[in-house]
Design a protein around this ligand. Structure first.
Ligand code: SF4
Length: 251
């Protein structure tokens, strides 16, 4: 992994993503290296030659820069993050996400945070103090072996479920992002998440060409079709709604 410290020019960026006003990405690149990652397009803009998952630029000035930007910014919902994981392993050392949360908390900007890592619990003291916050854990399948195939460097599903449980106990609003829909069985996935989340968001594999080879090599072609995404998406939606959990299908 090639790590580089950089000074960003801006860190709080206006976004057109529905439901959010700003996005905030403390890093460029991501150590989780998910095989389906759509954020790999960032490579084009940053001049990196290394494969996605093998470089990280750390925006070391992000917390101080954010403090400055927040002085003038109109309050609005901040999405952390959209093209990196704010709690990827390197955050343990650099604490850039934590620094940004401190700045946002100071101004009580509402936050929507999404991660694949229980490292978010390190900052629970801050998360609990936001008036408006939602913390999402991505859970793309119920099957740890499948997780390992598609997300070789990210934390286990069980550790994410424990993180959700702790967040709920601490009265932080939680959601599960089931996206992209990897090969999965709806019943065990719903059972795993029941009682741990307030809402659920579901998305399909958006760039199938990127992972076609991996699916084929592992005999999983049937899980990469429009039919699979539609049928499993609807099945999950019905099951969660029966449990009183609101679901947004975003495809
Ligand atoms: S955690 Fe998110 S940003 Fe990181 S590699 Fe996986 S999909 Fe990409």
């Amino acid at each position: 992994m090639r790590v580089r410290e950089i000074f960003a020019k801006t860190v709080l960026t206006r976004t057109a993503i529905s439901g959010f006003d700003y996005c905030l990405n403390p890093y460029v690149g991501c150590g989780h290296g998910c095989r389906y990652c759509y954020a790999s397009f960032m490579k084009r803009f940053t001049g990196h030659k290394e494969p996605w998952g093998e470089f990280i630029d750390v925006k070391v000035n992000a917390p101080s820069l954010l403090k400055n930007q927040l002085r003038r910014a109109k309050p609005g919902m901040v999405a952390i993050s959209t093209v990196t994981d704010p709690y990827q392993p390197i955050e343990k050392t650099y604490k850039i996400t934590r620094g940004c949360l401190e700045a946002l908390l100071d101004k009580q900007f509402p936050v929507n945070l999404l991660t694949r890592s229980p490292l978010c619990l390190r900052d629970i003291d801050l998360l609990k103090r936001f008036k408006k916050i939602e913390v999402g854990l991505t859970v793309t399948t119920h099957d740890e072996a499948m997780k390992k195939l598609f997300e070789p460097c990210s934390p286990s599903i069980s550790s994410r479920l424990k993180a959700l449980e702790t967040l709920r106990k601490e009265r932080v609003r939680t959601y599960a992002f089931i996206g992209p829909l990897l090969p999965l069985k709806p019943a065990p996935l719903v059972k795993m998440l029941e009682g741990l989340v307030d809402t659920v968001l579901i998305d399909r594999v958006n760039y199938p060409n990127k992972v076609k080879g991996l699916y084929r090599k592992n005999g999983l072609d049937a899980y990469l079709t429009d039919d699979y995404f539609n049928v499993i998406g609807m099945d999950l939606k019905e099951r969660f709604e029966k449990k009183g959990i609101a679901v947004s299908l975003i495809f």
